[in-house]
Structures are given as structure tokens and as C-alpha cells.
Design a protein around this ligand. Structure first.
Ligand code: MG
Ligand code: MG
Length: 258
């Protein structure tokens, strides 16, 4: 059963996701060689609390931190630590908040200093696959239309799509139905209704699609140790055109000044 949110609920979800967008932009200012992932986590937690919200990931199934920080071969669910970012790394920052009882959830993968052209291409294609997928979040389409669009773009760059982890519904819980895979066939899966809010979050690998979980019980890494990128939008299904609740505008402003 998919939950169709009212107009008022969509506005609350927009506020929550706007705060995530602004938190990610705040983090963007601080990402540089020499910075620990733990310090980024502290900045995010303070920023979220200062804006009257609560970090959504901290304590979720026992997760210890505000952010998921996943570096290089880490796909998602990396735990902030004393790891010091270095030139050429990439880092996926995944952030969730609860504001007025509604969840925000989105992610962006940042380059640390200068990265190789191959890695830059991975970031570009992963972000583009998210944009392509989001465009399909239109009433009357099916989940498979989103999945197909994401997969098509990612694979056109020679990259592979992680299968084990998928996007999800978002609302008064962090993870609600439906599942939103990043691979699939057009015209398959649940039908999208106006007001359904979903997170689309392609996890795209430079090498093989297979992943492993580290012994910390959280961090997912690529099976071949090659880099992986991850971008995530919260999107409200609407008639005619998808209503993207996340914006990367503030992040882009920060990155363009660097
Ligand atoms: Mg998510
Ligand atoms: Mg997320």
C-alpha cells in the first residue's frame, strides 16, 4: 500500500528536505583534504539541532552518527571516524532529519580536491542518472520507469548499478513502501499516484556491481574495491511533472566558489 500525502504534508516534507539540502551545503564548505569525517558529522548535527530538527539516522537501528560518510570504495552507510580526507578521495554524505514529524533524506557525493577524470565521470553519470530517474516520478508511471531511467544512464557511462540496496518511500518514517530499485524494466512495479513521496538514490560503481558489508555491521563496500558514487533526492509524485523536494542548488553555490 502506497501512502498518498496531502498537500499540507508535502509542504512539511519539503521543509524537512530543504533543511537536509542546506545541511549538505554547510558540509560542502568544510570538505577538504585534512578534514576528518567525524568533524563533518559534528558540524551536521549542530546545524540540524540549531534549525529545530533532529538527526534521523542517529539511533536508527542503532546507527551511531548523524551522517553516513562513505569514502571511495564505500558505497553507503559509512560511519564517521578519525579518517582524514585526502586529495583525490570522493565522499558520499547521506543526511536525514526529522522536522515537525516528517523526514528529510538526501545524499551527495563530493570530490575532495582534484579527482581523476574517470572519477569525475562517475560522479557526473551518477548525478545524471538520479536526474533522469526523478523525471519519471510522474503520476501514472510505474516504479520500473524510474529504475529503467537510472540504470540506462549509469550503464551508458560504462558503470554498474548496485542491486542490494534501493530507494524507498519517505514520510513519517525514514523507510516506507515502495522500494525504488535503480535497475529494472519500463512499465513494471507499483503504479505511481499523485502524493506518493519517494527517495531515489542511485549507488553506481566504477567496477563490478557486487558489494560486501564490512565487519562494523554497517559499511557497504564494492566487492572489487573500486570507487562508488551515491546521490539521493526526495521526490513527490505529481501530475505532469515530478515535484523534487531536494535541491542541490545550495551545494552547487558552495562548490562553484571553491
Ligand atoms: Mg534514503
Ligand atoms: Mg539517504
Amino acid at each position: 500500500m502506497l501512502i498518498c500525502r496531502t498537500k499540507e504534508e508535502i509542504e512539511l516534507l519539503r521543509e524537512s528536505n530543504l533543511l537536509v539540502s542546506r545541511t549538505l551545503a554547510e558540509i560542502a564548505k568544510h570538505i577538504a583534504p585534512g578534514v576528518t569525517t567525524k568533524s563533518l558529522d559534528r558540524i551536521a548535527e549542530t546545524f540540524i539541532l540549531d534549525h529545530g530538527a533532529v538527526p534521523a539516522f542517529k539511533g536508527y537501528n542503532g546507527f551511531p552518527s548523524t551522517l553516513c560518510t562513505s569514502v571511495n570504495e564505500e558505497v553507503v552507510h559509512g560511519i564517521p571516524s578519525d579518517y582524514i580526507l585526502k586529495e583525490g578521495d570522493i565522499i558520499s554524505i547521506d543526511c536525514g532529519v526529522i522536522l515537525n514529524g516528517y523526514y528529510g533524506d538526501s545524499a551527495f557525493t563530493f570530490a575532495v580536491g582534484e579527482v581523476s577524470s574517470e572519477i569525475r565521470k562517475l560522479l557526473e553519470y551518477t548525478r545524471a542518472s538520479l536526474e533522469d530517474g526523478a523525471k519519471e516520478a510522474v503520476a501514472g508511471n510505474r516504479i520500473g520507469d524510474i529504475s529503467f531511467a537510472v540504470q540506462t544512464r549509469a550503464e551508458s557511462g560504462g558503470f554498474s548499478v548496485v542491486r542490494e540496496l534501493v530507494g524507498h518511500g519517505l514520510g513519517t518514517k525514514l523507510h516506507e513502501p515502495p522500494e525504488v530499485p535503480n535497475f529494472g524494466k519500463r512499465g513494471t512495479g507499483p503504479k505511481l499516484l499523485k502524493g506518493v513521496v519517494i527517495c531515489i538514490e542511485p549507488m553506481i560503481n566504477m567496477g563490478v556491481k557486487e558489494t560486501l558489508q564490512k565487519s562494523d555491521g554497517w559499511t557497504i563496500v564494492t566487492a572489487d574495491g573500486k570507487p562508488s558514487a551515491h546521490f539521493e533526492y526526495a521526490v513527490a509524485v505529481d501530475t505532469g511533472k515530478a515535484d523534487v523536494l531536494t535541491t542541490f542548488k545550495y551545494i552547487d553555490e558552495v562548490l562553484n566558489k571553491k
